[in-house]
Ligand binder design. Structure first.
Ligand code: CA
Length: 222
């Protein structure tokens, strides 16, 4: 699953983009300001969709950062009167742009094309004894393959891709259960998480991979 960061201060558009992308199998992180967008860029998404006009600065600044964070492709959104900015966007390395208003299916095609062009193959993730092969959706502890259910894997991938950040229970529910259209209680997350821990943690009672962040959610790694 590719992760796409949406940085757009228009809340309705931000929400609409996120829903459409999630429906099409992407994992989505969202921001409404440049400052929040910087945090998303640091998480190394596979693609960033960035509005040029953000309340606390220019989306273009994110482009430079996205380059530094390992060549994250950027698709800019621009209002019609911002075409000069659009030209500057290409100058600072943007991969594509769309002028508002645009249709969501068209945006989806642009997203697919950028991801194809950028050939963003999933990296293999390693942390201590744990290896996650995103392409094959396989997990290893040392050399031993770990058999995870689809949900356990999705949960692990979500946490790993957000390494070092707090992933809230709400986000987990949205990204994993809501995407399937199933309604669940928050406790379901705990149950799945505990099963996952039993399979990957050297000592599930004292986890080193998935840590609780009291009252908020979970974080992967340190
Ligand atoms: Ca804007």
């Amino acid at each position: 699953m590719h992760t796409i960061a949406v940085v757009e201060d228009d809340r309705m558009l931000n929400e609409a983009l996120a829903r459409m992308l999630q429906k099409n199998g992407y994992q989505v992180t969202r921001a409404h300001t440049l400052a929040e967008g910087r945090k998303l860029a640091a998480g190394g998404p596979d693609l960033m969709i960035v509005d040029i006009g953000l309340p606390d600065g220019e989306g273009l600044d994110l482009c430079r950062m996205a380059r530094r964070e390992g060549e994250i492709p950027v698709l800019f959104l621009t209002a019609r009167d911002e075409e000069a900015d659009m030209l500057r966007a290409f100058d600072c390395g943007a991969d594509d742009y769309l002028v508002k208003p645009f249709s969501l299916p068209v945006l989806l095609k642009h997203v697919e094309a950028i991801l194809r062009r950028s050939g963003r193959e999933r990296r293999t993730f390693r942390y201590q004894e744990l290896t996650v092969d995103f392409d094959r959706k396989q997990v290893f502890c040392g050399e031993e393959p770990v058999r995870l259910t689809a949900r356990e894997y999705a949960l692990l991938e979500l946490l790993v891709r957000n390494q070092g950040r707090v992933v809230t229970r709400k986000l987990i529910l949205q990204q994993i259960w809501d995407a399937e259209g199933s309604f669940v209680e928050e406790n379901t997350v705990n149950v799945t998480l505990n099963r996952l821990r039993k399979k990957i943690e050297p000592d599930p009672s004292s986890p080193v991979y998935i840590r609780n962040v009291f009252g908020m959610g979970y974080t992967f790694g340190k």
